[in-house]
Design a protein around this ligand. Structure first.
Ligand SMILES: Cc1ncc(COP(=O)(O)O)c(C=O)c1O
Length: 370
């Protein structure tokens, strides 16, 4: 069972869809596939605007957003509270942005007050770009509607990396005024890794059209828009992965997006309760806990690595921390095809694994005494 914060286990319908014969990406079958993916993506992103798909993982989708919007010299405000925010900041710089980082505690996401303060002090910021859910820390930006209101009140363009949260929690792209929102198939949408999705607002198009610097061709949204008029992609896409994503999106839309969000929320409550009942300490502050990835510190000097290895031996893959949290936390996904039964099975397995580790420590201590 895959409980890493992406990729996640695939539904049998998704696996079956991917085993179909490939079709030409200039054929009418392909046009129907793109139409279906686009329509359902709009429902999940809650947008009437344009959406595009890239044959790529989430990283390129984030770069796509930045590369299309940033004109060299543009001031870009980026909150950093984990690995993915830092990566976004480095990318923005590579595309010529003058980045102002808001360096936050990793266990505390961005608050409206901090954003307001930075935007008031940095009047010349053109773009606010942020990670909605920091997968490396299990910290999520809460009061997100307030955050977007502040960005819009200050008249800034708004880029959101929702790679590990879109589909798992409500992110109403149009209502929130998000100019470019990106996600990847392999997390809360429960699709295969290898496809990412990008939404683009009218204001984003104005900036993209007036930009004089060139955008790398593979991620040039103007090119994607030209081809999307024919329900095509500019380059050869991963057609079979698209079949898989199409099926995954249909599953969500058939169940109802509100039900999909509710399931993530309820499973996350159960997951946090389970971790705490076994003595682990949740890493982020309570008000910043992610709904789609839980991160926690093990008790009694148990090493995260030992838990991850023990779980793996019992058939459940989870993740260790990243960067400065490498030897401190475990990370467990609450994404996609997650359900109560899986979380309960995870809890029972974790209990067994931790008891085994404790027993092993006891016997080593006894041997050392002899
Ligand atoms: C918030 C966030 N942004 C970006 C990425 C990069 O996505 P990928 O690994 O699909 O390239 C990830 C991956 O976990 C992520 O969680």
């Amino acid at each position: 069972m895959l409980m890493t914060p992406g990729p996640v286990d695939l539904h049998p319908r998704v696996r079956k869809a991917m085993s179909r014969q490939v079709v030409s990406h200039r054929s009418s079958e392909f046009h129907s596939l793109v139409k279906s993916i686009t329509e359902n993506t709009r429902k999940i992103f809650q947008t009437e605007g344009d959406v595009f798909m890239l044959t790529s993982s989430g990283t390129l989708a984030v770069e796509c957003a930045l590369a299309n919007i940033i004109e060299p010299g543009d001031k870009v405000l980026i909150p950093v509270y984990g690995v993915f925010g830092k990566r976004m900041s480095e990318s923005a710089e590579q595309y010529g942005g003058r980045v102002v980082e808001i360096n936050l505690e990793w266990n505390r996401g961005l608050t409206p007050e901090v954003l307001e303060e930075y935007l008031t002090e940095n009047n010349d910021v053109k773009i606010v770009s942020l990670v909605h859910n920091e997968t490396s820390t299990g910290t999520m930006v809460k009061e997100f509607w307030k955050i977007s209101e502040i960005v819009k009140d200050h008249g800034k363009l708004f880029i959101v990396d929702a790679v590990s949260s879109l589909g798992g929690v409500p992110i109403q792209v149009d209502k929130l005024g998000i100019d470019i929102c990106v996600t990847a198939a392999q997390k809360c949408l429960a699709g295969p890794p290898g496809i990412s999705l990008v939404s683009v607002s009218g204001d984003a198009w104005k900036k993209i059209s007036s930009k004089s610097s060139k955008t790398p061709s593979y991620i040039d949204l103007k090119k994607h828009r030209q081809f999307m008029e024919k329900l095509e992609t500019p380059f050869t896409p991963a057609v079979n992965l698209m079949y898989g994503l199409d099926e995954a999106l249909k599953i969500i839309v058939d169940k109802g997006i509100e039900n999909w969000w509710r399931k993530h929320y309820e499973c996350s409550r159960l997951l946090y309760n389970s971790l705490e009942s076994l003595g682990l300490t949740i890493y982020p502050l309570e008000e910043c806990r992610s709904i789609t990835v839980a991160s926690a510190l093990p008790p009694n000097n148990i090493k995260p690595k030992d838990i991850v290895e023990g779980m793996e031996k019992n058939g459940i893959t989870i993740a260790e921390g990243m960067d400065k949290l490498k030897d401190k936390i475990i990370r467990v996904a609450c994404m996609g095809n997650v359900n109560r039964r899986k979380i309960e099975y995870f809890r029972d397995t974790l209990k067994k694994v931790m008891e085994n580790i404790e027993r092993h420590k006891d016997s080593t201590r006894k041997e050392q005494k002899l």
